[in-house]
Every structure is written in C-alpha cells, then in structure tokens.
Ligand binder design. Structure first.
Ligand code: PMP
Ligand code: GLU
Length: 388
C-alpha cells in the first residue's frame, strides 16, 4: 500500500531522540536532554506583540503563496542590509520553516539519479530529502583534524557529470564550523565552469563566536550569486522554532516560480500571523535580544568546551558558531549509537549519535540549555565513561 519512496525515508533522528527524552521525562525519569537543536530562550516580546496586533487587526486570511508583499520586502531588505545581496521580491519564497524551504528546493531541482554533494558531518535531513526526491547523496568526509570543512580538492574529486547540487551549511549543524570568505572563494573557483547549484543553509548566521565573521555564500562573486540558493529563517536566531518561518532566495526567478507552484499545491502560504511577526524578526527590531542570546551561547560554549576537554577519553574542537559541540569519542567507543543508548539508560543523558550525521566516533551535544544543566550533564557523561 505504501509508496516505494516513502518506505525508504527515515524519521529525523534529532527529533526522535528529543521526543524520546521528553517521553522518559514525562514518565518521571531523571533525564536531561542535550539533543534538541532548539534555543531555550523565549521569543522576543516585540515578535509576540506583532502577532497579537495581527490577530486584533484580523489578519487571519489566506495570503499570497510566497508571503505578503510586506514580508517579502522585509526579507529582501534583510538580505541587502545584512548580507549585501540584492534580490527582488519575486526571487524570494517563504515557507513553513527552513526545512520546508529545503524540501521545496530538492523537489524542484532533483531528478532521478542526480547527485548531490553533502559534506559530512551533515544535518540529518539533507540525505533524506535527496533520497525522497530521487537523487543520490555523494558524501565528502571531514574530521575534527580539518576543522570539519571540505577542501577545494575534495570538492573537485566529488564532482561528476551527474552532480546537480552542493549543500553548504555555515555555521554548521552539527559541528559549528564556519567557512571564511577565502574558503568560500576557493570552493567557488572549483564550481565556476559547472552548472552546479549551491544550496547554502545559513540558519545559524547570527550565531558566530569570537572574531569569526559570517559570510553569505551568494555574496562571494557574481557567479556564486547566480548559482546559490540562500536558505535561512528565524527559528534559531530569534528563538522562533515553533512559529514555522523559513525562506529561500535565488537569482533564478523560474526556480522560485516553480517552487511557488509546488507550495500552492501543498501547503499554500505560511501562517498569516507568523508572517506579521517575521517582519519584526527580520527588520532589526530584535537585534538587541538576538545579540544577548548569542553572547549567552558563546559563554556556554566556552565553558562546555573546557569541561569536555578535561574529560579523559573525550575531545572537542571549539566551534566558531551555532550551538552544538561535536564531541570526539573515538578513544572510548567506535559505536556512537550504542554509546548514546547506554548513556541515556545509565545516566539519563540524551545526546545524538554522530553516525546520524554521517560521522562515526562522535556525539552531538546541544548547548542551547542553561549552564547549570550543562555542568551536570557533562559530569554525568564523565561518570558514564569512568564506569565503562
Ligand atoms: N537547517 C539547519 C542547519 C538546521 O539545523 C535546521 C534545524 N532547525 C533547519 C535548517 C530547519 O529549521 P526550521 O526549524 O526553520 O525548519
Ligand atoms: N534542526 C534541529 C536539530 O538538528 C531540530 C530538529 C530537526 O529539525 O531535525 O536538532
């Protein structure tokens, strides 16, 4: 009864583990979870107030599929102001979270047998979306030794006549690696004489640490502007995971138009109230709150990295952004799935196995949790390793 296609799809491991931890907690178990990629902060008040105002004004009807003109203008203004990217509103589509933007993109461009290059460790969703659209994932492995970044040589040798797309995530989920301008330029050089599309997932743009500079992939050159589809949203930077707002922008109007068509036959416009709030999330109103959250993430990150590196058998490269640590467990385990299952059972600590992100020998630890809980969690992980 079920389609072949749906039978090959796996559920999101990050969501599965977060749900499991929530269920165990609800059963009264002493479980602390570092599995969710979700800020622990509340949505900024100005965003909430915009929702209340929209409700009072009766903005409760269908809108244009891509979003209201005001929202599309707010996205275009944001991309110009913060990233130096000039898009017109017909080059933008808003969707139900950045995950939905990615879904639309993969469905719109991938044909059976097309290859999509994905650097590992990768966010769990990409290979599943590739599979669901009939494509084939071509994985480029990276390790902590290379800072979890691909080199131009690796990219070059992964390209074949069937390569349709390269997925770049900077800052990265799950490693926090951030590509510099020079690194992006070097990758751009390799792509120059190809038709390869770059899907640049910039969800963690606002969460960079120290003197790290975020650089939008499409801003590197005219060539990169033309081939890059920029994906972003407010889930992480504005603590708006539940509102479901994401967007993508592309120089290619035909591409935006076919995704608009797909969305018109699937979900239509995103929630009208979310649209009003997203404008406030994009226009600079909440810059102060976003910066406060970034500083909190950075301080937690610094302490958590120190604590992990003091544990015998574990090591972690300090991330330059996002809110995850990708902790190396190779000295103590070569089976991250088993390690994480045992850790949850014995110490009630939920983290996500590296194998789910395409890299065995690690686990992902989200520090989007208060510092006290982080301290307790790392102590428990240390006790777990000592008892093995
Ligand atoms: N891209 C990356 C890299 C992510 O980590 C996530 C997870 N939240 C998403 C996209 C999807 O975000 P959203 O909640 O807006 O769908
Ligand atoms: N992206 C987040 C994560 O990696 C949320 C869960 C998901 O959408 O997969 O944990």
């Amino acid at each position: 009864m079920l389609s072949q296609r749906i039978q090959t799809l796996s559920a999101s491991l990050t969501i599965a583990i977060s749900s499991l931890a929530r269920d165990l907690k609800a059963q009264g178990k002493d479980v602390i979870s570092f599995s969710a990629g979700e800020p622990d902060f509340d949505t900024p008040i100005a965003v909430k107030n915009a929702a209340k105002k929209a409700l009072d004004e009766g903005l409760t009807k269908y809108t244009a599929v891509a979003g209201t003109p005001e929202l599309l203008n707010a996205v275009a203004d944001k991309l110009k102001r913060e990233n130096g990217l000039e898009y017109t509103t017909d080059q933008i589509l808003t969707s139900n979270g950045a995950k939905h933007s990615l879904f639309n993109l993969f469905q719109a461009v991938i044909d059976d047998g097309d290859e999509v290059i994905i650097p590992a460790p990768y966010w769990v969703t990409y290979p599943e979306l590739v599979k669901y659209s009939g494509g084939i994932s071509v994985i480029i492995d990276t390790t902590d030794e290379s800072g979890f970044k691909i080199t131009p040589e690796q990219l070059k040798s992964a390209i074949t006549p069937k390569t349709k797309m390269l997925v770049l995530t900077s800052p990265s989920n799950p490693t926090g690696a951030v590509y510099s301008k020079e690194e992006l330029e070097a990758l751009g050089e390799i792509l120059k004489d190809t038709d390869i599309i770059v899907a640049s997932d910039e969800m963690y743009e606002k969460l960079v640490f120290g003197d790290t500079q975020f650089v939008a992939t499409a801003s590197i050159s005219a060539d990169m502007f033309n081939r890059t589809v920029t994906i972003n949203g407010l889930s992480k930077s504005a603590a708006m995971t539940g509102w479901r707002f994401g967007y993508l922008a592309s120089a290619n109007r035909e591409l935006i138009s076919v995704m608009n068509k797909l969305q018109s036959q699937s979900t239509s416009n995103i929630n009208s109230i979310t649209q009003s709030s997203a404008i406030v999330g994009l226009d600079g109103t909440i810059d102060k709150e976003v910066e406060e959250m970034r500083l909190a993430f950075e301080s937690r990150c610094n302490e958590a990295v120190e604590l992990f590196n003091a544990v015998d058998g574990l090591s972690v490269v300090k991330p330059n952004g996002a809110f995850y640590l990708f902790v190396n467990i190779k000295e103590v385990s070569n089976d991250s799935m088993q390690f994480c299952k045992d850790l949850l059972e014995e110490q009630g600590v939920a983290v996500v196995p590296g194998v789910g992100f395409g890299s065995e020998g690690y686990f992902r630890f989200s520090f989007a949790t208060d510092i006290e809980t982080i301290r307790v969690g790392i102590k428990r992980i240390e006790a777990f390793i000592k008892n093995r």
